[in-house]
Design a protein around this ligand. Structure first.
Ligand SMILES: C[S@@+](CC[C@H](N)C(=O)[O-])C[C@H]1O[C@@H](n2cnc3c(N)ncnc32)[C@H](O)[C@@H]1O
Length: 285
């Protein structure tokens, strides 16, 4: 069958589920992954013909896409900060807004050259810690998560990116985290309220790990409270905390930081204009 005809089948079969641009981007990811074909192949070779053997994985992926499975889980990989990360249903698929949090931290480090200790709480695939270690050489990074399966994935990702990171299993609710003193603590904790589930697409809520996403409506800043109480004890004087936040709860998160006596608190918007990140300083004197 012609590759173009398969692309048209993707468009037809998925049109009720996803916008056209997204369907095309799935298709190009799938052909790149399975056949090592570049996205402009249809422009260069409009009549390209595939063998039965070549077609089969494309139709398997299509069936899984129709069942709402995220393309990143189907292919087992996702791109983050210019790197290829292994993903599976034990880890959240890294998001572009989290790349912006990483950029913010790296920008703050630009030109400093100082040696720093960084703790990444709720590391998941390891995307934040690994991107920091890869782009700022003079740091020691520790990633922690409650999920052993996630940590296993993060370890593989660190190895593939050739960065040395220590990954530890701990639960932020019980202060099981390491007793070191940190220059930076960074976290993208679970922050989606159960009541927001309606706004979330099936490919997220049915496939991505609930433990990575959801919090009770009664106490949506639950993880932030635990992270801040840990940070107050374990950040060095003038250490910095960076957090990804729920866009609807950004002001509340800022207030929580004020109550906990953090200073120089700054909220930041992502590329879509949603308030998604916060940075604050911890001073003991
Ligand atoms: C929103 S995901 C973030 C994953 C990754 N850092 C990222 O930005 O893509 C939150 C992570 O927190 C972890 N987590 C949930 N509850 C936790 C807890 N009590 N202690 C430590 N980690 C926890 C989840 O397993 C998940 O990997």
């Amino acid at each position: 069958m012609q590759l173009r005809a398969i692309r048209d089948i993707y468009r037809k079969e998925l049109e009720s589920l996803y916008p056209r641009e997204e369907i095309d981007s799935f298709f190009y990811l799938v052909i790149e992954h399975h056949l090592k074909l570049e996205r402009f192949v249809l422009v260069l070779q409009p009549d390209l013909h595939l063998t039965k053997e070549e077609e089969t994985p494309l139709f398997h992926s299509l069936a899984r896409l129709k069942a709402h499975e995220p393309v990143q889980y189907i292919l087992g990989e996702s791109f983050f900060y210019g790197m290829r990360f292994i993903v599976n249903p034990s880890v959240l698929i890294p998001r572009p807004e989290t790349e912006e949090l990483v950029s913010w931290i790296l920008k703050d480090l630009e030109g400093t050259g100082t040696s720093i200790n960084i703790l990444d709480i709720g590391t998941g695939s390891g995307c934040i810690g690994i991107s920091l270690a890869k782009n700022y050489k003079n740091c020691r990074v520790v990633g922690m998560d409650i999920s052993e399966e996630a940590l296993e994935t993060a370890r593989i990702n660190a190895k593939r990116q050739e960065v040395k990171i220590e990954f530890i299993k701990a639960d932020i609710r019980f202060w099981g985290t390491p007793a070191d003193r940190w220059d930076f603590i960074v976290s993208n904790p679970p922050y989606v309220r159960i009541s927001e589930k309606g706004e979330i697409r099936a490919n997220v809520k049915d496939f991505e790990p609930g433990v990575a996403l959801f919090v009770d409506d009664e106490d949506p800043l639950f993880y932030y409270r635990h992270i801040l109480s840990y940070a107050k004890e374990h950040l060095k004087n003038r250490g910095t905390i960076y957090l990804e936040v729920n866009q609807y709860l950004a002001e509340e998160t800022k207030e929580l930081l004020e109550i906990e006596k953090f200073s120089e608190i700054e909220l930041k918007k992502d590329f879509l204009g949603n308030t998604r990140m916060i940075r604050a300083l911890w001073s003991t004197i």
